[in-house]
Ligand binder design. Sequence first.
Ligand code: G3P
Ligand code: CA
Length: 290
Amino acid sequence: MHARVVAATTTALLGAMALLPTSEVRAAGGSERPLAIAHRGAAAYAPENTLPAIDKAAAMGFSWMENDVQRTEDGELVVLHDDSLRRTTDVERVFPGRAPWKVKDFTAAEIARLDAGGWYSPAYAGTRVPTLAQYMRRIEHNHEKLLLEIKNPGLYPGIERQTLKVLGHEGWLDPAHLARRLIVQSFSADSVRTVHTLAPGVRTALLGQPAMADLYRYARFADLINPSYSTLSRAYVSTVHALVGPHGAPMRVFAWTVDDGRRARSLAGYGVDGIISDRPDVVRSALHDA
Ligand code: G3P
Ligand code: CA
């Protein structure tokens, strides 16, 4: 019964979003182009994908954060990049017999015991892996915007609907947030298409670089194509820009992960709309202080 009520509520919420006027669904906001987006929350300056990382990025004057969302064994969404807890927490010390320490094999309570900051610096010891709900509250508190990546969706069936449910509960599916503060992305085209189908008002991005001849297929459900900088060309960016996305605006391009000023300037010359960086201050200086 409870599950049915929740499902009905979610369906109603997502259905209402389908009615969102096109005028409310614009390309990524901001007056400075390209945007500098703090990758995993300015990952060069604080432990990635943690609350201190997005606090640090906010203090540095950045508004767009990027993160990675995965799911625990008992169904909690958490913010973490790798599918294993090993690199960015002290899980090996706390749970020595649980190799390979996959996120999906640990409960939320177990993950809440882990230190997600000490590996980066003793100054951040005691930092926790945030749940997505905790993360959204801090993003909201900081008046930030979010490029949310659904990570490894193949490992987590239904994670798209669940992510949208958390976003809805946190107040992020209203017209103001949808128009200016949220983009959901994934390397999985199926996952991006699912998000678009469930919540047509949400702007979406496909990570990767599909063949130019195939881009029109993605324009049906993705507002942006977000490729690695390493394979990007001016011609590719122009081809994306010539397409109209699902919300009636030209498709956009955010390139990743760029921590070098010269490279950032080169990408700006290609016409990219955003540059995702562990060192967004380097990108900002290269582009706007020159
Ligand atoms: O947002 C782009 C970038 O985050 C994709 O790569 O591996 O850092 O999640 P990754
Ligand atoms: Ca990511």
